[in-house]
Design a protein around this ligand. Sequence first.
Ligand code: UD1
Length: 432
Amino acid sequence: MDAIRILGGVPLTGEIVIGGAKNAALPLMACTLLTDKPLTLINMPELVDISTMSNLLRQHGARIDQSALAPGAGGEAGATGRSMTMTSERITSITAPYDLVRRMRASVLVLGPLLARMGEAKVSLPGGCAIGTRPVDLHLKALEALGAKIDVKGGYIHATAPGGLKGANVVFPKVTVGGTENLLMAASLAKGDTVLENAAREPEIGNLAECLNAMGAKISGIGSGTLKITGVPLLHGARVAVIPDRIETGTYAIAGAITRGDVVLKGTRFDLLESVFSAMRQAGVTVEPVEGGVRVAAENGLVGVDVMTEPFPGFPTDMQAQWMALMATANGASMITETIFENRFMHVPELTRFGADVNVHGASAIIRGRKALSGAPVMATDLRASSSLILAGLAAEGETLVNRIYHLDRGYERLEEKLGACGARIERIGGG
Ligand code: UD1
């Protein structure tokens, strides 16, 4: 199994190109199941999760062609990435099997589209996950409100709607990104109007709604917590750009800050991550929009800043572990409160191996900053936790070995290359 070896303590300087957002690309890919016409996505990241989704869509009958794009052709300034054209002329299977769904929870995003187009879908339950129980009950309740009949049996969700789905008023009791996405896709092909209240407002939802509209859907209220969808009988093909990855942006912004370096993140947008940038500024980091991206620079003397994770536009849970690494190097104490997922402090025991001083009390963690972290062998537990260990390793004195890095490859494209180009001493090594 591969590991990443880092010799820390080098301030990063230079440019890092940010790719297309994994969490936007996955639901956009699921949209192919809604139409028999070609759907082309540009600025696609190259990640293990994208290959997993491609495999799932292929076994539903999608044909997928990929090609490289010249730099700058991705739609956003400086963006690179591939284009992917998917055509699902015929759905050959309505079943999303356990073996594929268990690899990636976002596989459940095929449920809404398959049900809307075919009147039936069988999707394996995603099951538990390292960062909490993460149920899909809200997806199912909302689809039931649209007239679906749902049976959960033998580990599979079996959803049927023989007469088609019908528009309805749906109020989510809790903000759910995946639930909002499944419903947006399903309601686009339902009969009549659907109103989704307390919908997620993440930028990835906006990207999905714009894509559906480009395919002929009628969605209004984009960017707000109330989405109105007027169902249409058929959707057609479209060509859509994936938005920049705000979590990759934030992770490299913290890489610049934690090493007290000066980096320019290209092909991304300041407005995608204002909550994190504002906390970074409070901590003493320079963060400024520049042409085609964002510049991040820091010197010693950062101060602790408290954050609480919240749905967008609040501080993202997917940046919580990285923020903790930064706070471990700031002066004074700070508190992080996690309100989205239970059990999302699994990086804490690993961060303490660098000498970080962190105490967890229920959903909150108190971090007391240290003058210096020291390199250590550590183990990655989940995707974003893994990136916090890389960040701590970049800041720490001496050698760090991050084991079990397959989590990182799910969400970060060419991480060693991007950091290495800014001066980081980082390499991937094969090992136990
Ligand atoms: C998405 C992101 C993930 C991010 C999360 C929160 C993708 C592929 N993944 O995950 O990176 O961390 O949003 O920003 O986009 N919940 C229920 N019942 C449900 C659905 C959710 O109780 O049916 C709960 C979850 O357990 C969690 C909260 O609602 O506590 C938010 O989850 P949700 O927004 O649905 O996250 P995902 O869409 O799975």
